[in-house]
Design a protein around this ligand. Structure first.
Ligand code: PLP
Length: 355
């Protein structure tokens, strides 16, 4: 039935059925083609997925223009990050990362005996301080692992490709760059580029970490991939649960990779939702970090816990706290219908004097 708020699929949220814009999920649901093939594949759950796993690996490698042994499939980018940290961990290794970024690399470093963790303070605009990152590497005698999320989470900001590439190409001694591009496909800023072409050109100091969770709306299926040198891929493979991927997920990933229409929709829908939220942020005069992702990091006028509660009472779950950015809220982008409702709610809270 059509609700008064919009399309047939949109339902006014309730505490039991909230609008979930707290975990940077893709609200569209998987590509219909991926859903259909995943369902069919459940009936073949008695079979090992080897052939399809190989097909997915080949598909990905072909798009990057590298041989298949440069690609490793992982259970989400999370497994790629963990495997990379475990493969590279050593008593003298330093992990360098921005103070505010996705936490998996740091968490894995801590449990894998990396004691030197250098967190580089953010710039005033919440961008990554590249000169300071470089200095942290240059000032250290031992090997460095740089974890670099571009565009970054939770800020949504990009780091200029020209600068990032120049640093990678300068080949700092004993340094490996873990380039996490989970959100790259949502970036519109012309200064952003994926580092993937460097891998095609033969770069030996990059581990590119990718996921089917965001653009492809497959977070629950747990599929990701790594692109690097065959030697590095071999090292990471030793740290992954081999053959960990399940057959329906692999089949869904293949279908999603080929579904250009869904990819276009996924980007377009995200862009529309971003515009809707930006309008509300402008109306409320909330500062924000320009977003190149499927979320926006914006300032709130009241303590975050209070803001979260007002939104939750209205059936909307926004992001957690991200210290040291204590005045900021990370809002993932739902469907345009959901974001219209979110924007309306925000303006109503302002009218009531609550935000
Ligand atoms: N890398 C970044 C920057 C992320 O934000 C996330 C998830 O939010 C991940 C990796 C993990 O993704 P996956 O679902 O593929 O494990």
């Amino acid at each position: 039935a059509k609700s008064s708020e919009g399309t047939a699929s949109f339902k006014t949220p309730t505490p039991e059925n909230p609008i979930r814009i707290c975990w940077n999920e893709n609200p569209l649901g998987m590509s219909p083609k991926a859903q259909a093939v995943a369902r069919e594949t459940v009936a073949q759950g008695n079979r090992y997925p080897f052939t399809s796993t190989g097909e997915l690996q080949n598909l990905i490698a072909a798009d990057y223009g590298v041989p298949a042994d440069h690609v490793l499939l992982t259970a989400g980018a999370t497994e790629g990050i963990r495997a990379a940290i475990e493969a590279l961990a050593a008593p003298d290794v330093q992990l360098v990362l921005p103070a505010l970024t996705f936490d998996a690399a740091e968490e894995n470093a801590k449990v894998n005996g990396i004691t030197k963790i250098t967190k580089v303070p953010m710039l005033k605009d919440w961008g990554i301080d590249l000169p300071a990152m470089k200095k942290a590497v240059a000032d250290y005698d031992g090997p460095s692992v740089v974890y670099f999320v571009n565009p970054n989470n939770p800020t949504g900001a990009i780091c200029k490709a020209d600068d990032v590439e120049a640093w990678i190409k300068s080949k700092p001694a004993k340094t490996i760059f873990l380039m996490d591009e989970a959100y790259a496909e949502f970036a519109d800023d012309k200064n952003f580029r994926s580092c993937a072409p460097l891998l095609k050109e033969g770069a030996e100091n990059i581990v590119l970490l990718k996921t089917f969770s965001k653009l492809f709306a497959m977070a629950g299926m747990r599929v990701g991939w790594v692109v690097s040198t065959p030697e590095m891929v071999g090292k990471l493979r030793e740290k992954t649960a081999s053959n960990a991927l399940n057959f329906p997920a692999v089949k869904a990933a293949i279908a999603s990779w080929k579904d250009k229409e869904f990819i276009k929709l996924s980007r377009a829908s995200n862009k529309t939702s971003r515009e809707i939220l930006l309008q509300a942020l402008h109306a409320l005069k909330f500062d924000y970090v320009p977003s190149n992702t499927n979320f926006i990091f914006h300032k709130v006028s009241v303590p975050l816990a209070e803001y979260q509660k007002h939104m939750k009472d209205a059936g909307i779950l926004v992001g957690r706290a991200f210290p040291p950015a204590d005045e900021y809220c990370r809002v993932s982008l739902g469907t345009p219908e959901e974001m219209t409702y979110v924007a309306k709610t925000m303006l109503e809270l302002r009218k009531k004097g609550l935000v």
